[in-house]
Design a protein around this ligand. Structure first.
Ligand SMILES: Nc1nc2c(ncn2[C@@H]2O[C@H](COP(=O)(O)OP(=O)(O)OP(=O)(O)O)[C@@H](O)[C@H]2O)c(=O)[nH]1
Length: 867
């Protein structure tokens, strides 16, 4: 404000002085005019010059008048910015001096001009250099100007000095103002350039939009000064209507300012959030807005922060985890709704309190100390903790405490996030129960038993006291289910479990390991006598009675027992031994206990190994079939062969069936080997047929094989797989004892096979007890008289009588008879005399390899022909 007034005063004074000096000095020129016309013209020129000069001066002065709001405090800054200008003062001073001195000689040529001659020098020096050079030029003009004799010369000098100084002062002020204006302009530009914001100035009358580079930059438009229309076009389609609505409201005077956030869409499709603020600053007489100014700010970062804050607030409020913010004095600052839900405390009840409010009393002070130590050291702690709700109930939570650090790494506050894991714990307990305990009786199951077993063994090792392992299996429990229903069976199992639990000690383990199977681990039973007493208690507990209405159900149990460390194996071995002993107890009559016997265990082991080796032999095709001829006793001609299995053992050579077959009797392997024998015999029969030798092959079929499900189907398949042989070529020799094991089933199978064309012989006839009625129903074609009768028939009349009886009976039933065990020619002769048609035995031929049979058969043919 000060500089503005100073300027106006100086400009006015300079005008007064300059104009007066001009009038005085220029009027002195008039007498030099030759005539009155020339004087009048000169006066006109002089006046015009004055008008032009004063107009130019007025224009410069008005333009240079400092703005009313100019901030004088910035002059200092501007001075600094214009430092280079002040370095020129010497040059300007020298110029002023030289320019003024140059005018001195001109006085001689323009004597009438007088001191006026120096006015341009003064004005130029003042304009270029300001007060200093202007004053110097004035001084030099006053001192060096020619001294005319005119009486008013002192007045002229005085006017020159006064106007020179005023012009210099005016120029100085003018320069300072110009400098200020330039500095302010630069400052404004620097400020605008320094911010990413933009300024805009909208001339509504002329529809012109002035704007700084920031506006164009934020709008993402390529042109430097985009039009209002273009700008609005760059505004996001969704934001444009509200922006225009605001603008309209403001222009209509219904809103004091505009201020809103919106998005500019950039050329790559991304958006930039900006905030516009502005207002009308000028209005026409009718109140219509003529000018609006405002700013446009980049608020992308702010929006991002705002979004993050909003997200954080949403998480804080909406998460299922409880959150508490604690200050460095461990006072709760803030909690979220989930905290209130989980703990039952309202926010206003806990803010200002310490988290100790939630302590359940289940953790020691050391626990909390360690927890906070790790928060301080590592920045966080995570773990399970038991806390108490407002209602006093204690619950487990999974808690994470994180330290929030400031710029210097010092903890600013702490955030605790926790979730109530009661349901997870309950679920885990439930899973644990399901995984480790039997659902029906609640006793440990096999899985938990394994764990307890290890501990029991370790404990026995520690204490030196034996561990008694019992496996208990209820006898004929199936019958309970069948007679009384499964529910009754269940109830009995529960009763027995309870009863057994009541006779074992706390340290002992009672587990249910199967349907009606329990395992007992009893520690601290020293002598065998004590053991026997304990087992008697167990047996009597197992036969507890269950009252079902008027009925009483009761079962006995068989218990197998082994004792560690006498039986020094691991848990699996001990269980296996107890199980073997249990089966032994069952075999010995049930309702008793049996100590494990290592000898029978070794036999069982040997049996398992043999089975394994035999299975391998079958897979590796180590079995062979040898064939023993059957001949017609009258002609001596070969009529059939009996296939007999051998094992071509890689190390032990050819083994007879008695060395290996007993191991497989009654097992699946017996059936598998039997199937192999049938397939091989059929293939061999087909091969002989191709060689011109038609001979019936007999195959022994064991009871297990015959009665196994699907026997007739597999036989049919074997016959179909061997088209070169006829079903009549195959005879199955069935033991009499096998045929009577399950009569109706055997009968069924035999009939089905017989229908396929397969022949049957009843082997070892006479050793069983089959009734004649039953024998008649069997579809057998041949009876084989057991060799025990044949062998002794020569010496034992009783055996001879049996053979004769069998022969008579067979003939009466229309059956063939084959005598086995024929060892001598006398046997053959006697049998033949008795009417027996067929015979086999060492006296006729030993079993032989298949490739030898054709030659043997041929030799018999030759002998028969010769006879
Ligand atoms: N009620 C009931 N019966 C079960 C349960 N689990 C298995 N069983 C039956 O228990 C019986 C066990 O039979 P086994 O042990 O093989 O035979 P057993 O009749 O006891 O004869 P031995 O053991 O030879 O004395 C079977 O019939 C199973 O179906 C169960 O949870 N509840």
């Amino acid at each position: 404000m000060g500089s503005r007034n100073t300027f106006i005063n100086a400009a006015t004074a300079a005008y007064v002085a300059g104009a007066t000096t001009w009038i005085l000095l220029s009027d002195a020129l008039l007498p030099s005019a030759a005539d009155p016309h020339a004087a009048a013209a000169l006066s006109t020129v002089k006046g015009m010059f004055f008008v032009c000069a004063s107009a130019a001066g007025l224009y410069v002065a008005l333009r240079a008048v400092p703005h009313q709001d100019a901030n004088t405090s910035m002059v200092g800054v501007a001075g600094a910015a214009l430092q280079p200008l002040s370095g020129r003062w010497l040059l300007q001073t020298l110029f002023a001096a030289a320019f003024t001195l140059a005018a001195v000689p001109l006085q001689r040529y323009l004597p009438t001009a007088g001191l006026m001659l120096f006015m341009p020098c003064i004005i130029v020096s003042a304009a270029i250099g300001g007060l200093g050079p202007g004053a110097l030029a004035t001084l030099l003009a006053a001192v060096l100007g020619k001294h005319p004799a005119a009486s008013d010369y002192p007045l002229h000098v005085g006017m020159l000095v006064l106007s020179g100084l005023l012009i210099s002062a005016l120029c100085a002020v003018l320069r300072a103002s110009l400098r200020d204006a330039e500095i302010n302009g630069q400052r404004l530009q620097t400020t605008i350039d320094a911010t990413s914001d933009g300024l805009w100035d909208w001339d509504l009358e002329n529809r012109i939009l002035f704007q700084t580079g920031g506006v164009a930059r934020l709008s993402g438009l390529p042109e430097k000064n985009p039009s209002l229309r273009r700008l609005l076009h760059a505004v996001h389609r969704d934001d444009r209507p509200s922006l225009l609505a605001q603008l309209r409201l403001h222009l209509a005077g219904k809103k004091r300012t505009i201020g809103m956030s919106f998005r500019f869409v950039q050329r790559d499709g991304s958006t930039v959030w900006v905030r516009v603020s502005g207002r009308v600053v000028a209005q026409a007489d009718n109140g219509a807005a003529t000018r609006m100014v405002g700013t446009l700010s980049d608020i992308s970062e702010w929006r991002e922060l705002e979004q993050m804050q909003r997200d954080a607030d949403t998480v804080f409020a909406g998460t299922h985890e409880g959150i508490m913010v604690v200050d460095t004095h461990l006072r709760i600052e803030r909690v979220n709704p989930a905290f209130e839900r989980i703990t039952g405390y309202r926010a206003d009840e806990v803010v200002g309190q310490t988290p100790g409010l939630l302590a359940s009393g289940r953790h020691s002070k050391a626990f909390y100390r360690d927890m906070w130590t790790s928060v301080q050291r590592d920045g966080f702690w995570r773990g399970e903790i038991w806390n108490a709700r407002k209602n006093g109930s204690v619950y487990p939570e999974l808690l994470t405490i994180s330290a929030v650090r400031d710029d210097k790494g010092k903890a600013d506050h702490y955030i605790g996030v926790f979730s109530d894991i009661s349901h997870i714990k309950a679920h885990a307990a439930e899973l644990d129960r399901a995984a480790n305990f039997d659902a029906l009786t609640g006793l440990p199951n096999r899985r938990l038993l394994t764990d307890r077993f290890e501990h029991a063994i370790q404990r026995s090792n520690r204490t030196g006291k034996p561990l008694t392992v019992c496996m208990l299996d209820l006898d004929d429990f199936k019958d309970v289910n069948q007679c009384h229903g499964k529910q009754a069976g269940d109830r009995l199992l529960v009763e027995i479990a309870k009863s057994l639990a009541s006779v074992v000690r706390a340290d002992d383990t009672l587990a249910r390991t199967g349907g009606d199977e329990f395992v007992l681990l009893m520690a601290d039973i020293g002598t065998l006598e004590e053991c026997a007493q304990a087992l008697d208690r167990v047996l009597s507990a197992a036969s507890v009675a269950l009252q079902l209405g008027s009925e009483t159900i009761r079962v006995t149990a068989s218990v197998g027992v082994c004792r560690y460390p006498d039986d020094n194996g691991n848990a699996d071995t001990l269980l296996r031994h107890a199980e073997q002993a249990m089966y032994q107890a069952k075999d010995d009559g049930r309702g008793r206990y049996q100590l494990f016997d290592p000898v029978s265990d070794r036999q069982a082991q040997a049996h398992r190994q043999a089975m394994h080796r035999l299975r391998h032999a079958l897979e590796q095709e180590e079995f062979r079939l040898h064939y023993q001829p059957k001949v017609d006793l009258h002609t001596g001609v070969l009529v059939g062969v009996e296939a007999l299995i051998r094992w071509q053992h890689p190390e032990r050579g050819l083994l007879p069936p008695g060395d290996f077959l007993p191991h497989v009797i009654g097992t699946q392997l017996e059936t598998d080997i039997g199937d192999w024998v049938i397939r091989t015999a059929l293939a061999q029969s087909a091969q002989w047929r191709r060689q011109g030798l038609q001979v019936q092959v007999s195959v022994n079929v064991g009871a297990a094989q015959l009665l196994a499900p699907g026997f007739s189907d597999s036989l049919e398949a074997a016959l179909a797989a061997c088209p070169g042989s006829a079903p009549g070529d195959l005879e199955l020799e069935v033991l009499e004892t096998a045929a009577i094991e399950d009569v109706s089933h055997a009968m069924d199978v035999l009939h089905r096979c017989h229908d396929m064309g397969v022949h049957f012989a009843l082997d070892d006839f006479g050793t069983g007890y089959s009734s004649l009625t039953y024998l008649r129903k069997l579809p057998v074609d041949t009876l084989k008289v057991d060799q025990s009768f044949v062998r002794n028939m020569l010496s034992d009349p009783a055996d001879c009588g049996i053979v004769a009886g069998v022969l008579r009976m067979a003939h009466a039933m229309g059956l063939q008879v084959v005598a086995e065990g024929v060892e001598t020619a006398e046997h053959c002769a006697l049998l033949s005399d008795m009417g027996c048609e067929l015979a086999q035995g060492y006296g006729i031929a030993r079993p032989m390899a298949p490739e030898l049979l054709p030659a043997w058969a041929a030799s018999r043919q030759v002998a028969a022909a010769a006879a």
